[in-house]
Design a binder for this molecule. Sequence first.
Ligand code: GRF
Length: 183
Amino acid sequence: MRIAVFISGTGTNLKSLIDAQKNNEFNSTIELVISNKDAKGLFHGLNANIPSLVVKNDEEILEKLQEYNIDFIVLAGYLKRVSETILNNYENKIINIHPSLLPKYGGKNFYGMKVHKAVFENKDEVSGVTVHYVDENLDSGAIILQREVSIVDCKSPIEIKDKVLEVEHILLKEAIKKVEEEQ
Ligand code: GRF
């Protein structure tokens, strides 16, 4: 697959995919990085000589996806809702990583640290990671992989975030491999 990774933040999941590609952990290639803003994580793409662009308008994103012959999209901390235009052109070809055990802590109020704060406040002992297909509703598409993370020893939402993020870096590349095998 020719993959585009969409990011909005630090891009550590992007970095882990770039490293996984280098180590031949999957067959796909990351051909494009797109961000809706001047995200810190863009430098990971640029360092790896991957075209890494800030594109805010979805019509323009679609043009770029077509220009680079992208056939699969990975949302890795992309905080903007993907429009119908893109969804219709990439049906069952877009996946997202979410830092909780969906359907728990999913939906419009749960993103980034908000997830980990809620998990911490509820005194949960287990959190986790979900990689799922993207459909027209938020965090609701079919689950590809899900993994639990024990957080009994975590003393703050930040500690939960760090522990969950480590597992995200593993699960996302595994999910890509799984999708490749299924196609
Ligand atoms: C991750 O926790 C991801 O699950 C969420 O946003 C965060 C992005 O982290 N959707 P990074 O930009 O990959 O470091």
